[in-house]
Design a binder for this molecule. Structure first.
Ligand code: HEM
Ligand code: HEM
Length: 172
């Protein structure tokens, strides 16, 4: 269970968490324009102006996610994360597994997007799996965060909102 003085995350970790979450949401909401762009490139048909702009945004937002997650992983390895706020061993394991699955996806998904563009368009089929996989993980993760906040009221959500003075102590 959480103790009141439990170490949480630094301000840089919190800023990176919410920036990356917002960018991933953008990618999931507007990724279809990238599919339209690759279809248009294959068939030679004209691409709507809106789709062309959103496809360019998809490219650069995806590259930004890759750069930011590299910074985030470096910070995470150096300062660690907060100790998981679960007394139940299975749920604590599930929380850790979800966090590391996110980190893996945040690298694999943009890299597979770049491979789709520069190596083989067929990789796009694999890259598109990002959508259902991210949606399931986000539902699980945000649902758990809101459950901790509104039902357990144990301050887990606050750890990702308010920086901890001494996050180094929180290596889990
Ligand atoms: C976190 C980063 C990213 C996420 C979450 C993401 C997500 C998605 C999603 C959900 C789709 C398909 C949309 C749909 O099926 O409606 C898509 C398509 C696509 N994305 Fe990404 N993407 C990311 C980064 C990138 C990057 C960095 C590139 C390349 C520079 C890229 C290139 C593409 C391409 C080429 C398609 C079309 C694939 C096809 O037509 O088969 N993506 N992306
Ligand atoms: C694409 C969306 C998101 C991604 C990729 C993501 C990713 C992550 C990752 C990787 C961690 C672990 C941090 C670490 O220990 O290094 C984390 C923690 C956390 N996230 Fe998210 N997150 C997302 C959205 C959200 C949302 C929408 C909420 C709230 C409703 C949320 C609330 C939290 C909280 C409270 C923690 C801290 C958990 C703890 O300290 O035990 N996240 N997130």
């Amino acid at each position: 269970m959480t103790t009141p003085d439990k170490p949480g995350y630094s301000s840089i970790q919190i800023a990176l968490h919410w920036t990356i979450a917002a960018l991933v949401l953008f990618q999931l909401l507007f990724g279809e324009s990238m599919v339209a762009a690759t279809d248009a490139a294959e068939t030679g048909e004209a691409l709507a102006g809106k789709d062309a702009a959103l496809a360019t945004a998809h490219y650069w937002v995806g590259v930004a996610v890759l750069v930011l997650v590299a910074v985030r992983l470096a910070v995470r390895v150096r300062s660690g994360g907060a100790t998981i706020a679960e007394s139940n061993l299975v749920l604590a394991w599930l929380a850790k597994a979800t966090h590391w699955a996110f980190y893996a996806l945040l690298v694999i998904v943009p890299v597979s997007g770049l491979l789709t563009v520069y190596v083989n368009p067929d990789i796009g089929e694999f890259h598109q799996l990002a959508k259902p996989v991210f949606i399931v993980l986000i539902a699980l993760h945000a649902g758990a965060a809101l459950f901790h906040h509104f039902v357990l009221r144990d301050g887990t959500l606050q750890r990702m909102l308010r920086p901890t003075q001494n996050p180094e102590r929180g290596i889990s």
